[in-house]
Design a protein around this ligand. Structure first.
Ligand code: TTP
Ligand code: CA
Length: 363
């Protein structure tokens, strides 16, 4: 039978790849003595008194209930004999670049959405079975060349591909063909939809919406009244409608704001208030882009144009305005020498995007 080219062309096949326990896997690859052990990457547990959080942990550590973003002190209580390591970012960035280089070499449109995640538009494979063979090859290539495992989701839309890649982790491959899309999504809790966080989940629960099936069946007018126009996109997801494309875009490298005072000043109240305003603005930019950052730089230009900058790289990614504001003030105190200031600036960089699918529900 001659394949229907028009139909084939309109059929989108999106592949979402996500590396398994990424930082921990890189450590276990490079240090064989760690394999099979509960490995926790994050802040120093300091015998249970440590501050800070878990960045990630191996699947062996997850069996003890440890998770990303959990206080490191709690992780220590759950697994005192675990191997606790502080992050070695340059090595993870290199491993990430290696993964992305392998993916790019296949020649499909590609969108990297975080350090260990990317979408590929593999529609030109034509059919889901052909795309599945490709996914198997990609997994094999990454394993052979980099000795790292990943999980892949294949689906007609980006959102569903992302949900699918998470279903059979680690080392998973989940294929959702168009005819199975609703039965795949329907029983899932609404929280599985990227962008639905705790707040929206609670609101939806209050309306009696627990599963994606409940969401699909709900009166759209009532949903719009509660959540605004984004409710339409949300309900569309449940029907497999999601027009967002795999966009090759240059990732945002930094977010910065600076301001020149009307009159040069050494008024510490004015400077502190200006710093707060700048911090608030860059943080808003960060959350608009669904990014977390690790490096913060403060810039001070004195009367006469002498400019000084000072940067600090935090041990963990954060999007928390209070943390970034405090850090900006500390950096400022380090470089302020009492002279009158002409310009003040803040820059955030070293990003990790945790939710690149950006739903607007969580306002
Ligand atoms: P994730 O892909 O969310 O997690 P993961 O790769 O460790 O595990 P999974 O198998 O469930 O995908 O994040 C990728 C990396 O980003 C992770 O290895 C460490 C870092 N990260 C943090 O530093 N803090 C966090 O809160 C999260 C979620 C991730
Ligand atoms: Ca991952």
């Amino acid at each position: 039978m001659v394949p229907d080219i028009t139909e084939g062309a309109s059929q989108r096949i999106i592949l979402h790849l996500d590396m398994d326990s990424f930082y921990a896997s890189v450590e276990m690859r490079d240090r064989p003595e760690l394999r099979g052990k509960p490995v926790i990457i994050g802040a120093d547990p300091n015998q249970g008194k440590g501050r800070g959080v878990v960045a990630t942990c191996s699947y062996e550590a997850r069996a003890f209930g440890i998770r990303s973003a959990m206080p490191i002190s709690q992780a220590f209580v759950l697994c005192p004999h675990g191997v606790f390591l502080s992050p070695d970012f340059p090595r993870y960035v290199k491993a990430s670049a290696d993964v992305m280089a392998i993916l790019k070499a296949y020649g499909f449109p590609i969108q990297q959405v975080s350090i260990d995640e990317a979408f590929l538009d593999v529609s030109r494979m034509g059919t889901f079975p052909a795309a599945t063979d490709l996914a198997v090859r990609i997994k094999d290539t990454i394993l052979t060349h980099l000795r790292l495992t990943c999980s892949i989701g294949l689906a007609p839309t980006k959102v569903v591909a992302k949900i699918a890649s998470d279903v059979h982790k680690p080392d998973g491959l989940t294929v959702v063909e168009p005819e199975n899309l609703f039965s795949f999504l329907a029983p899932m809790p609404v929280r599985k939809i990227p962008g639905i966080g705790k707040k929206s989940e609670t609101e939806l629960f209050e309306m009696g919406i627990r599963t994606i099936r409940d969401l699909a069946a709900y009166d759209i007018q009532v949903l719009i009244a509660r959540f605004g126009r984004s409710a339409i996109a949300l309900q569309d997801i449940t029907a497999g409608i999601d027009k967002s494309e795999v966009k090759e875009r240059d990732g945002v490298k930094s977010v910065s704001r600076e301001t020149t005072f009307v009159n040069d000043t050494d008024d510490e109240h004015l400077i502190a208030a200006t710093m707060d305003a700048l911090a608030e603005e860059v943080c808003r930019n960060l959350s608009d882009e669904s990014l977390h950052c690790r490096t913060i730089t403060v810039k001070v230009r004195y009367q006469g144009f002498v400019t000084r900058t000072k940067a600090r790289t935090l041990p963990h990614y954060t999007g928390d305005p209070a943390t970034l504001r405090t850090c900006a003030h500390t950096l400022f105190r380090d470089i302020f020498d009492g002279r009158k200031i002409r310009l003040l600036g803040i820059r955030l960089s070293s990003f990790n995007s945790f939710d690149a699918l950006q739903m607007t529900l969580e306002v």
